[in-house]
Write a protein that binds this ligand. Structure first.
Ligand SMILES: [Zn+2]
Length: 476
């Protein structure tokens, strides 16, 4: 049937591109300033949700708006259900776009706009796929539900609300990742570690760490770090020369940049630049905070100042896989546990705090690693002051949903359907037998969340054909 679906998808090209242009023109960045009843994430997100639901209604589907948190476009009957989970909210935009992010522009077969590939383009392609299935009049034995989320890029409150007021199917896919398909997603442990400063240390002489600030998001590698230090000799010219020289040598050795300033009162301020990266791939960044702490450990700090710096500069510095935290582990389907130190703070009044974003392998029982982490943190003189965890997701290879989608993918592309794993999460994990399926084809650059985000129109049509085939096979 793959030829049939390919032809059907191509026949939709003009109408699809036209609607995609309108859909992508809606600025659907979450905007709480315009939130209201029925629009919990603001005006733009609500409009994008309404746009899709209105398409569904005019094409003769049953539709439902679940309090503005989510929407459903539904086709077919049956006890069993197949879920297609998409989202219409998008991430923020910077200033460097070639053409405005909400004025979609077609250049060289690509459509440039925020949301083109994550996830409005794929969402519309999945909707069209459902419409092609409906138009084909093929007999189905299951109900197919396209579920539209509105808060995927932030807190997933949309799906939480939906799950409380409706039901997410057990089987299905989310077109919000890469082909062939992602069947394993790591889980997360997000602890905040706290260090208290003892009263009597506050007045201690010699070197003092007055403050330390780095990072503002748990799941990003900090790009900048700043520390303010006082030292008894800091007004001595010889000391200043030596300090500046060793700082410059350090920056050079670590291939990075920074500044040191010494105030008239003798306060020394260090600023260091690292390299940002997503928290799920900390090894691809350069953590400005742990690197600055690593440098400061060359100075004779004591007591809490030292405890703070040594956690950062000795334990967490380049500890991408958790060896120093005694939680390193890996599995075959999703690889190694990863650790990102995302928010690092210290002051002599509030003490130290460190927010970690730990991503653990999909098949590992995380409780055991939380225990190990707790023990290690206490051994280091810190404690866990706050802890948030999220489950991993794993669908074994032999499950029917994987068998069916693999077969469809192979028929359409002639490529082998090798299963993927991810450090990030998609809506697929809302379904016990859910996988992330496309829309990015192998070898294509992922532009999600980046400046000049685009989708290739031919690829969206190829994905549409695959989705139509997949829906008809899963629901037959
Ligand atoms: Zn997405």
């Amino acid at each position: 049937m793959s030829e049939y679906w390919k032809q059907q998808a191509l026949s939709q090209r003009d109408r699809f591109v036209g609607e995609l242009l309108s859909f992508l023109s809606i600025n659907s960045i979450e905007d709480m300033a315009t939130a209201a009843e029925g629009k919990p994430f603001g005006e733009g997100v609500a409009q994008a949700l309404e746009y899709l639901l209105a398409r569904g209604e005019s094409d003769g589907f049953r539709t439902k708006n679940v309090d503005g948190y989510a929407g459903v476009i539904e086709y077919g009957e049956g006890e069993e259900e197949i879920g297609l989970l998409v989202h219409v909210d998008v991430v923020t935009v910077g200033d460097d776009w070639t053409t405005p992010p909400f004025e979609p522009n077609i250049r060289g077969g690509r459509i440039y706009a925020r949301g083109a590939i994550d996830d409005k383009g794929p969402a519309l392609a999945a909707y069209y796929a459902l419409k092609l299935v409906k138009d084909s009049r093929l007999p189905l034995s299951k109900k197919v539900r396209l579920i539209i989320g509105t808060d995927e890029e932030s807190g997933w409150l949309c799906m939480k609300h939906f799950a409380e007021h409706d039901k997410v199917p057990e089987v299905g896919f989310s077109p919000d990742s890469s082909f062939p398909m992602t069947h394993a997603e790591k889980g997360q442990i997000n602890p905040t570690l706290a260090l208290s400063v003892q009263e009597q240390e506050v007045e201690s002489a010699g070197y003092q760490l007055l403050s330390f600030v780095s990072g503002d998001q748990g799941n990003s590698v900090p790009e900048k770090a700043k520390a303010v230090v006082s030292a008894e000799q800091s007004l001595n010219a010889e000391w200043q020369r030596e300090m500046t020289a060793s700082w410059e040598a350090f920056l050079h050795a670590k291939a990075t940049t920074g500044h040191v300033d010494i105030s008239e009162a003798g306060e020394v301020t260090f600023r260091l630049h690292g390299k940002p990266a997503h928290g799920m791939i900390p090894q691809q960044g350069k953590n400005a905070g742990t690197l600055l702490a690593y440098f400061l450990l060359s100075l004779p700090f004591k007591a809490s100042d030292y405890s703070f710096l040594s956690l950062l500069g000795q334990v967490l510095h380049e500890d991408y896989y958790g060896q120093n935290l005694h939680i390193a582990c890996e599995d075959e389907v999703s690889g190694k546990l990863s650790v990102n130190a995302g928010i690092l703070r210290y002051s002599r009044s509030d003490g130290g705090s460190v927010r970690l974003n730990i991503r653990y392998p999909a098949t590992v029982a995380y409780e055991e690693y939380v225990e190990k982490l707790k023990r290690r943190v206490e051994e280091l003189g810190w404690k866990i002051s706050h802890l948030r965890t999220s489950k991993s997701h794993y669908v074994p290879k032999d499950r029917p949903v994987i068998q069916t989608l693999s077969r469809v993918y192979e028929e359409h592309t002639g490529l082998q359907a090798n299963l993927l794993s991810s450090g990030g999460a998609t809506y697929a994990k809302m379904m016990s037998e859910g996988v992330a399926f496309g829309p990015l084809f192998p070898g294509k650059e992922s532009m999600a969340h980046l400046t000049d985000e685009y989708a290739e129109i031919d690829d969206l049509l190829r994905a549409m054909a695959i989705y139509a085939d997949a829906i008809s096979e899963l629901a037959k």
